[in-house]
Design a protein around this ligand. Structure first.
Ligand SMILES: C[S@@+](CC[C@H](N)C(=O)[O-])C[C@H]1O[C@@H](n2cnc3c(N)ncnc32)[C@H](O)[C@@H]1O
Length: 416
């Protein structure tokens, strides 16, 4: 592998191992961070993920169980930085929460336990997992191992919403550095930080360590987010229509029919699902500043698996003093204004399912999920990967968008 990311004249690159590499989210993060790194090897057991990794990076990860690696194997790579995004199922709310008793947690603990047995243990670790990991047995064990091996840690729960991306997916991140390496802001050592402020040097935000992020801070992040539209590959409804602030969103049935446009048709939510699960769906608009986390069951199930996108935007303007409303219906084919009586609107708005049908909700495409997960434009899937497989693997992977703003430390230089 040994592909360096350094520029001529720069210090020696970090030698990096990427455990649980999946489709390479950690590797893209390092690249995006502009870190001077040599990716020495990647490890993953999953064939499909490895196909996608190989397609994008021209290198096939070591395909096998991480649990079978020995200290001698690890030494042979001479790597000083480890990236680890172990399986989340042992800690997810949807899972059985078997924690360290779940076989899927054991390879992670095994690799950490091997670390002191290597002749050159890593000097830096990055760990990513779901929220819930921070209170797990596995986390407790990880903290013990790292402390014994003289690591200092800083831990975060952060979401793309904190970085201008209209997507709520809080994740746990741990950065660990082995002494004498140190963090620029030692006040955050051994703390769990739940807001981005400290990354940008805002000390007042450190108060949130250990507690939930204050609503005010979250609201500020939301306001600063770009609209969902910026992340779409198929742009639909507004078609340049910029409604005045007095226009308001409504659900109205029987709006314009949208005609099939090529492959987009496969993403529309079938009527049968709207009828059955409509009440449980999270529907967002192109101008929304937030959508919900996509899970690996997205596209197979609609309930609680991630947001859907309204492809017909309906906006209503009530003219004061008149018993009518102007209804603006915008789709990819254009925009139309219809005049309806207030009575008619009230009667129709009561029928929620019919209203949803009028919005023609669709799934976000895998490319759009990749965009919300901060994958670069040049990332793509090999042809043979099916639509369902694409959803499964892209929903498991997200770039550590904050790493690049934070982790680069000049003091690493002296250790190489
Ligand atoms: C949460 S995903 C990692 C996602 C990854 N960061 C990415 O960008 O796609 C966990 C990955 O670990 C792999 N995996 C789980 N247990 C493993 C094991 N014992 N040995 C090797 N790979 C394993 C899975 O195949 C999956 O791709």
């Amino acid at each position: 592998m040994e592909e360096g990311l350094s520029k001529p004249g720069e210090e020696e690159p970090w030698r990096v191992l990427e455990f649980y590499s999946g489709i390479g989210g950690m590797r893209y993060s390092i690249m995006k961070a502009g870190v001077n790194a040599t990716m020495v090897e990647a490890f993953d057991i999953n064939d499909t993920a490895n196909d996608v990794y190989q397609h994008n990076f021209g290198h096939r990860p070591f395909q096998g169980n991480i649990q079978t690696l020995s200290a001698a194997d690890l030494d042979s790579y001479g790597a000083r930085v480890w990236l680890l995004s172990p399986p989340c199922q042992p800690y997810t709310r949807q899972g059985l929460q078997k924690d360290s008793n779940d076989a899927r947690a054991s390879s992670f603990l095994k690799i950490l336990e091997l670390m002191p047995q290597t002749s050159q243990p890593p000097v830096m670790l990055f760990v990513e997992n779901v929220v819930g990991f921070e209170t797990s047995d596995t986390h407790r064990r990880m903290a013990e191992i790292l402390e014994k091996a003289h690591f200092v840690t800083q831990e975060f729960i952060l979401s793309p919403l904190h970085f201008g991306v209209p997507y709520s997916r809080p994740r746990y991140f741990c950065l660990a550095k082995r002494k004498p390496l140190y963090f620029q802001n030692p006040l955050l050592n051994q703390q769990l930080i739940r807001a981005p402020g400290p990354l940008f040097g805002h000390n007042e935000s450190m108060i949130v360590a250990g507690g939930n992020e204050p609503q005010g801070s979250l609201d500020k992040s939301l306001q600063a987010c770009e609209p969902v539209e910026r992340f779409l590959e198929f742009k639909h409804p507004s078609n340049g229509v910029e409604p005045e602030s007095s226009w308001s969103h409504i659900n109205v049935p029987g709006a314009l029919e949208i005609s099939a446009i090529g492959s987009l048709e496969q993403y529309f939510v079938p009527l049968s699902l709207l009828e059955r699960w409509g009440n449980a769906m999270d529907i967002v608009y192109p101008d929304s500043k937030r959508c919900c986390c996509f899970t690996k069951s997205y596209y197979r199930y609609v309930k609680g698996t991630g947001s859907l996108l309204a492809t017909i935007q309906v906006l209503m303007l009530h003219l004061p003093g008149y018993n009518v409303v102007l209804v603006l219906v915008a789709s990819h084919t254009g925009a139309t204004i219809i005049v309806h009586s207030m009575d008619y609107m009230q009667r129709r708005a009561e029928d929620k399912i019919e209203s949803l049908e009028g919005l023609r909700p669709r799934y976000f495409t895998p490319r759009e999920v990749a965009n919300l997960h901060s994958f670069p434009e040049n990332f793509n899937f090999p042809q043979h990967i099916s639509l369902r497989q694409r959803y499964t693997i892209i929903t498991c992977s997200m770039l550590l968008i904050f790493v690049y703003s934070y982790t680069y430390l000049p003091t690493v230089k002296s250790l190489y």
